[in-house]
Design a protein around this ligand. Structure first.
Ligand code: HEM
Length: 177
């Protein structure tokens, strides 16, 4: 049997033990993407737990400063990194950004969540934390957004995970899949 036809024990051709650098970069990017994307889901779940505690009457001067810290220093940077790494993965792979519905939907969901997070949720949690620390009374209407926003985020981010794992083959602008 010739050296070439014998092949590598792994089943690949001889000399194919190490992945090419471009594949290693893609795997590194994918690792950062998965870690940060699943991190946003986890930290949003923490916000949800705090939102429930706040609605159930737990001490606001504990709940809302904690929620503000988690929102500002964990959820916000993780969400931005998940969006950026996801977009980079899209443009640098066969998936594209608007070639497949699952990628386009994830892009839309993640972009909208980032806008709401930076323009509404982070300022709102900071405001709640200030009021709670100052001892101001917080109405149910004041507390409600700190519960509703994480419920929406956890639901939509879970959908993102399902889309990423199943990768439905529906293409945008093509009936052939
Ligand atoms: C926070 C929101 C997001 C979550 C929870 C999420 C989750 C995930 C997960 C778990 C994977 C790994 C799937 C696998 O390897 O089988 C993945 C891969 C991927 N994600 Fe995301 N993602 C998010 C945002 C985005 C965004 C905004 C984009 C770009 C538009 C994107 C594009 C991709 C692509 C293209 C892959 C596949 C990479 C590959 O296999 O080559 N993701 N995502």
């Amino acid at each position: 049997m010739s050296r070439l036809s014998a092949g590598h024990p792994s089943g690949g051709p001889i000399g194919a033990e190490t992945a090419p650098p471009s594949r290693n970069w893609r795997k590194a990017l994918l690792s950062v993407h998965i870690a940060t994307a699943v991190g946003v889901l986890g930290t949003d779940a923490v916000l949800l737990a705090l939102g429930i505690a706040g609605m159930r009457g737990s001490s606001p001067e504990t709940v809302y400063p904690a929620a503000s810290l988690v929102g500002t220093w964990l959820v916000a940077p993780l969400a931005l990194t998940a969006l950026a790494t996801g977009a980079l993965l899209g443009v640098s792979t066969k998936w594209g950004l608007v070639r497949y519905w699952w990628v386009a939907i994830k892009l839309g969901i993640t972009f909208v969540l980032n806008v709401i997070l930076f323009l509404a949720l982070v300022p709102l949690l900071s405001n709640l934390a200030d009021k709670a620390t100052a001892g101001d009374a917080l109405t149910t209407a004041d507390r409600m957004p700190a519960l509703v926003a994480p419920i929406a985020a956890v639901t939509l981010l879970s959908l993102n995970v399902v889309l990423a794992v199943f990768k439905p083959r529906w293409r945008i602008g093509s009936a052939t899949g």
